[in-house]
Design a protein around this ligand. Structure first.
Ligand code: C2E
Ligand code: CA
Ligand code: CA
Length: 721
């Protein structure tokens, strides 16, 4: 995070979380930032604490035993004493439904764990400054109104007192430093004091009657007229705030109060009123509000203001059939890289420059806001069709192709954009943001620097993924995984060369879940590390068992797929050593399959690791060869044993014969063996044989089999051999 938040007044924060570690971490950090921090370890304790000493803001964990965060918040909102304390929710899952619920029960914001501490402070400051501004403005106004009111009443008293001598009253009124007027029972001004004349530069005759109204700002006039006429008719006190044109033709804010004049005989004699200049105070108020509603780095509207505007747009869409709007959620790609390599100062300047550029691409009626970090949200109001939103997104993507010049350096940055279109299903802004966020995420996973339009299928997809993710955690604990083994054969001898271990998940409700569905999620969440460890352990255990069982065959070998996350784990090598030793297996029995992209992204550390593996006689194969980046450089430099031609090439072998031929030639030129995946037919086998491809794998030779069927297969295969 790059925000430099102003440390104005510290506030009192209550942190509620059932995990002591979280409490310690948050409390420690926030205290260090100058806040007064209270902690509660359960919802019930939090409620008691809030009663005794109400905090300015609450950070509330959602998942807690007994009383969860939602329940705590609902209780607070029901009590008028605690109703206005802002609640920011903390949740472990980035769950769309949790987020929504959080806003529905009255939360003002939502932060997902694992959180960045700076982000928490930024969001807390956002809310606190809004609270402060609101409170301050309320105070100021109440105080001022009361003072002016008292003044006007004093004046009325004075007038009645001096009524006998109109002349004496005028002398006193003219000496007063505020604008004083009197009106006849019909509301027409009959007197204005000296200060009035000075303020407006008019002569007395130009202000009498209702001429003063001509000096009111046209935007304020209807409202003032209404208040004034109602007061005259009902002979009541009134208060009005409006802009009045002064002698220099500048509008200044004034606060006006009027009280009816009653004679000693309680007869209605007209009005007396008083105006004070509140212009400077009004500007301070505006500044306060502005600060609370804008991001202080870019001066763009912040999340709070965006939510207000979304509310308005939703309201308009409900009222007017033809009114449509769109929300664009924009997240910079690899912004962290800029921050880390060029420093936070440059990162901040980049954000400001992007804000300026984006603002030039939208209409004045649209709203560009910054949610924090590198996230921007654009509200496109009143659009004709989805096409218009797409055009804006395209314009943005194109405009980002021009680099930003910062410190005499060209900085390139792209963005992923999620688009959501207004529809009657949306009840509040949080839902719109959630779906725009989902679409943005989709744009990221589809390759970044692009836009995606939200559709409900994406939402289902996200929910499904969320469920899969939590189920995956369970699955590891409950050992719901099994390995299946698929033979890899030598095409020349047709003898068994190897087994590839392929993981399977027996989901208690959904049955067998294919790896293509859960491996990517496991990789994203880091669960692949423990899962991968289990695969290695189990594959080696099984191989050792079969080696003992089938002594008449050459020692069986196993290929295990490695994920990039595993390669980045510092303990991988030690773990492999451990597992091999544990099962008395030689390194020569193990092959590790990695993909090309792992080499590109992690060059140096991976090279060292691969040499270490090689020195243990462990083979390294390049999986899915031909689908990713290729660099002949690394193929030559690295201790690789074989290339595995991706199964998509084999699938359409006749069509891809040239490519397959080229890959085989390349492999051979580098003294590597070549394995063809996905062989399903005799024709494919024959063709690959004729191209001198060393090994083959596919349904033609054998499907991936559960361990209990491998023994049977081995016996049949040896017979056929
Ligand atoms: P992969 O490493 O390319 O594995 C080969 C995939 O091709 C397997 O799919 C296998 O069942 C399938 N296959 C084999 N022969 C044929 C054939 O003749 N025709 C067709 N159409 N397909 C064939 P599977 O088991 O669904 O695995 C999919 C991917 O999941 C694997 O692709 C691999 O990337 C990943 N994966 C599987 N197990 C593991 C694991 O233990 N660890 C990691 N990191 N990834 C794994
Ligand atoms: Ca593989
Ligand atoms: Ca493969």
């Amino acid at each position: 995070m790059t925000e430099g938040h102003p440390k104005t007044h510290p506030g009192k924060i209550l942190v509620v979380d059932d995990t002591p570690d979280n409490l310690r971490l948050l409390a420690g950090y926030l205290t260090g930032q100058g806040y007064e921090v209270q902690c509660a370890i359960s919802g019930a304790l939090a409620l008691i604490g809030i009663k005794n000493s109400p905090p300015d803001i609450i950070l509330l964990d959602i998942k807690m035993p007994e009383m969860d965060g939602f329940q705590v918040c609902q209780r607070l909102k029901q009590d008028s004493a605690t109703h206005d304390i802002p609640v920011i929710f903390l949740s472990a899952l980035n769950s769309g439904s949790d987020k929504l619920r959080a806003f529905q029960v009255g939360g003002v914001d939502y932060i997902t764990k694992p959180f960045q501490l700076e982000e928490i402070v930024a969001r807390v400051e956002n809310q606190l400054s809004l609270q402060r501004a609101k409170a301050e403005i309320l105070n100021l106004n109440a105080e001022l109104e009361q003072r002016v009111n008292e003044r006007t009443r004093e004046l009325a008293q004075l007038y009645l007192h001096l009524q006998t001598s109109e002349e004496r009253f005028r002398t006193v009124a003219n000496a007063a430093p505020v604008l004083i007027w009197m009106a006849e029972p019909d509301g027409q001004h009959s007197f204005v004091n000296q200060r009035w004349l000075e303020f407006t530069g008019d002569s007395s005759s130009q202000l009498l009657g209702n001429a003063w109204m001509q000096r009111i700002h046209p935007e304020d006039l209807p409202c003032v007229r209404q208040i004034y006429e109602a007061a005259v008719e009902q002979r009541q006190n009134f208060v009005a705030e409006y802009r009045l044109r002064d002698a220099h033709s500048a509008y200044r804010w004034v606060l006006e109060t009027g009280v009816p004049l009653l004679t000693a005989g309680q007869e209605f004699a007209g009005f007396i009123g008083c105006c004070v200049d509140i212009h400077d105070r009004k500007q301070t108020e505006d500044q306060l509000l502005h600060n609370a509603l804008h991001d202080n780095l870019t001066d763009l509207p912040n999340r709070t203001l965006l939510m207000e505007r979304l509310k308005l747009s939703l309201g308009r869409a409900r009222r007017y059939d033809g009114f449509h709007f769109a929300v664009l959620f924009l997240d910079l790609d690899r912004f962290k890289l800029v921050n880390d390599s060029l420093g936070h100062g440059v990162g901040d300047r980049l954000l400001v420059a992007i804000a300026t550029r984006l603002n030039q691409l939208i209409r004045p009626t649209d709203l560009l806001s910054r949610l924090g970090g590198d996230e921007f949200v654009i509200l496109l109001d009143d659009i004709e069709s989805a096409q218009e939103a797409v055009q804006v997104a395209t314009r943005i993507l194109e405009s980002l192709q021009t680099p930003f010049v910062l410190e005499a350096r060209d900085v390139f940055i792209s963005a992923s954009i999620g688009i959501v279109l207004s529809s009657p299903e949306y009840q509040d802004g949080a839902e719109l943001l959630r779906d725009a966020d989902i679409a943005m995420y989709r744009a990221k996973t589809q390759g970044k620097a692009r836009y995606e339009i939200f559709n409900p299928v994406m939402h289902q997809e996200v929910l499904r993924r969320l469920h899969l993710e939590s189920d995956l955690r369970q699955a590891l604990k409950q050992q719901e995984f099994v390995l299946h083994y698929q033979p890899i054969v030598s095409l020349s001898s047709e003898g068994l060369a190897d087994f590839e271990a392929l993981v399977r998940w027996h989901h208690p409700q959904r049955g067998l879940v294919p790896p293509d569905e859960f491996i990517p999620i496991a990789e994203e969440t880091g669960l692949i590390v423990p899962l991968g460890k289990w695969v290695l352990q189990e594959a080696c255990r099984q191989m050792a068992e079969w080696q003992r069982q089938f002594t008449e065959m050459p020692p069986l070998r196993v290929s295990v797929n490695l994920s990039v996350k595993q390669l980045q784990e510092p303990g991988l090598l030690a773990y492999i050593d451990d597992v091999l030793a544990q099962h008395g297996l030689s390194g020569a029995s193990l092959t590790l399959e990695i993909t090309e992209s792992m080499l590109i992204d992690n060059a140096e550390t991976v090279i060292t690791l691969l040499h270490e593996l090689r020195s243990r006689s462990i083979n390294i194969d390049i999986d899915d060869f031909g689908t990713g980046y290729s660099s002949l450089g690394y193929l030559r430099r690295l201790p690789i044993h074989a290339l595995k031609i991706d199964r998509t090439f084999t699938y359409n072998l006749a069509l891809n014969a040239d490519i397959v031929k080229a890959i085989i030639a390349l492999g051979h030129a580098l003294s590597l063996d070549v394995v063809a995946e996905g062989i399903e037919t005799l024709e494919q086998t024959e063709l690959l044989k004729s191209l001198n491809c060393e090994y083959g794998q596919g349904y033609y030779w054998g499907r991936p089999l559960p361990p209990w069927e491998v023994g049977q297969w081995l016996r049949e295969f040896s017979v056929k051999d």
